[in-house]
Write a protein that binds this ligand. Structure first.
Ligand code: BG6
Length: 491
């Protein structure tokens, strides 16, 4: 019978901007998320700015959406949910204690770049920011919880993002590497596992959401940004290994699984191309150290001409990652035929799959897709793998002080079973960190009501609530899963 490996890293994941709060405390500078308003399933999030002395806002999550000359700004009549988030900044000891109670072996978290370098260009890092994370890591170590740290999780310092138009300038690489190197030096001995960029492939995945309005210029910008991030990631990997050969550095890719919508050979080929673009383009560069052949097809389709130097190619080759990590939520269908019913998921859109159930936010539940992705990826890269995000965003009800989230338990159980099957088929899976192990601000919608956690946080979509933490039923279930190393998955 298949078992999880003895030292399997069970745990949970969050990102700084979605849990920390304290957006203007401890010397932190503004990041792009600090000027991002709340949205909902039907309403986008907006970035707010001033242009010619007037207030403006534009839908999006990245400064690339800004009109020329706009400057990000906070307005008192807008609500910015990430400013306080769930206030991990002041509650981290309490929260880590709860993680420890569940038996976490690992906690995936990110560092807010603008807490370390407030505008991204200072000569010296911000001491208070450095000390904050040192204390968090020490607290984790107190309970033998291994930190798994994402260096950049959707929150560039606002100053840099504006200056370089969201990675449209090669100088961003140097700022990123300096920031990453500072972390590698400061936290040597406290952290072992690092991820360079969260869902690095999101840049091209976002293009899908622009639908027919997409121009060659948009595509050019997306691929150029990605290239600079690949180089930044590779140089960071090299720096990490030079500072501590024990460091394990991973890529982090949004696990985008698609199936052909019909048996039409055109759909089969279309789906193959979707995998190349959504999964293999980034995986190949970060794991194999060079652009795949099909990259030329993707570029040529939109007249993309990239600024790639010889040194870049050398760095990509020398800075390949040590492990492959990814997020996994749902799957999609790809077809060349007319779409009857559309779905939306994490970077997925298109036709609805009649064999799958969809969440309140329209994301499909597809554990088989997780097994499929694990087996394909391991076969392609032969690197150790971690699933570093997976979970169900759902509305939770507090009833007599308890939260009976059997739907979440059900979702997670099915995905753990899928991982077990993949391990049985030879995949070297090392860890699993469920997304939003404590309730947090949704990245896509800015809502609090889209909850993923084992731990409920009393806060609503308008920022009201006591911030009290309450373990949900899933908390006790996951504790048992960890205790039995994935053997007992029953409720
Ligand atoms: C991933 C991101 O795309 O999905 C997380 O890395 C995000 O930051 C998660 O929170 C879930 O998406 P959402 O929109 O429900 O928060």
């Amino acid at each position: 019978m298949t078992e999880f490996p003895k030292n399997f890293l069970w745990g949970g994941a969050t990102a700084a901007n979605q849990v920390e709060g304290g957006y203007n405390e401890g010397g932190k500078g503004l990041s792009v998320t600090d000027i991002t308003t709340a949205g909902s399933l039907t309403k986008p999030r907006y970035l707010t700015y001033t242009l010619d002395g007037k207030k403006g806002k534009v839908a999006g999550m990245f400064a690339s959406s800004f009109p020329t000359g706009a400057k990000g700004k906070i307005f008192p009549d807008e609500y910015y949910p990430n400013h306080k988030a769930v206030d991990f900044y002041h509650h981290y000891k309490e929260d880590i204690k709860l993680f420890a109670e569940m038996g976490f072996k690992v906690y995936r978290m990110s560092i807010a770049w603008s807490r370390i370098f407030p505008n991204g260009e200072e000569a010296e890092p911000n001491k208070e920011g450095i000390e904050f994370y040192r204390n968090v890591f020490k607290e984790l170590r107190k309970y033998n919880i291994e930190p798994l740290v994402t260096i950049s999780h959707y929150e560039d310092p606002l100053y840099l993002a504006q200056k370089y138009h969201d990675w449209q300038d090669r100088r961003m690489i140097g700022d990123y590497v300096r920031y990453a190197t500072t972390l590698f030096k400061e936290y040597k001995g406290l952290v072992k596992y690092w991820l360079t960029f969260n869902e690095i492939n999101s840049t091209i995945a976002f293009l899908e959401f622009m639908g027919n309005n997409i121009t060659d210029e948009d595509v050019q910008k997306a691929y150029q940004k990605l290239h600079y991030q690949f180089v930044a990631s590779a140089r960071a990997v090299k720096a990490a290994h030079a500072i501590d050969p024990e460091y394990v550095v991973g890529c982090m890719i949004a696990g985008s699984v698609s199936y052909p919508g019909t048996p039409d050979p055109k759909d089969i080929l279309e789906n193959r191309h979707a995998w190349e673009k959504n999964a293999f383009y980034c995986g190949d560069v970060q794991c194999k150290g060079e652009y795949p052949t099909f990259a030329h097809r993707l570029w040529n389709e939109h007249n993309v001409k990239l600024d790639i130097t010889e040194q870049d190619r050398k760095d990509l080759k020398e800075g390949t990652v040590d492990m492959y990590t990814f997020s996994y939520y749902s799957t999609s269908l790809v077809t060349t035929h007319k779409i009857d019913e559309k779905m939306k998921g994490n970077f997925t859109s298109g036709q609805k799959n009649p064999y799958l159930k969809y969440s309140q936010w329209g994301w499909s539940t597809d554990p088989t897709g997780l097994q499929y992705y694990l087996e394909v990826i391991y076969d392609r890269y032969h690197l150790p793998i971690m699933v570093v995000e997976n979970g169900l965003g759902a509305v939770d009800k507090v009833e007599d002080g308890a939260i009976h989230d059997h739907y979440r338990i059900d979702y997670l159980r099915q995905h753990i079973e899928a991982m077990k099957k993949a391990i049985g088929n030879g995949v070297d899976l090392r860890g699993y960190t469920t997304w939003g192990c404590i309730d947090l601000i949704s990245a896509g919608t800015g809502q609090m009501s889209k909850r993923y956690g084992f731990i409920y946080v009393d806060r609503d979509d308008s920022g009201e609530g006591s911030l009290k933490r309450i373990p949900k039923d899933s908390f006790y279930w996951y504790k048992k899963v960890i205790d039995t190393n994935g053997e007992d998955l029953g409720e």
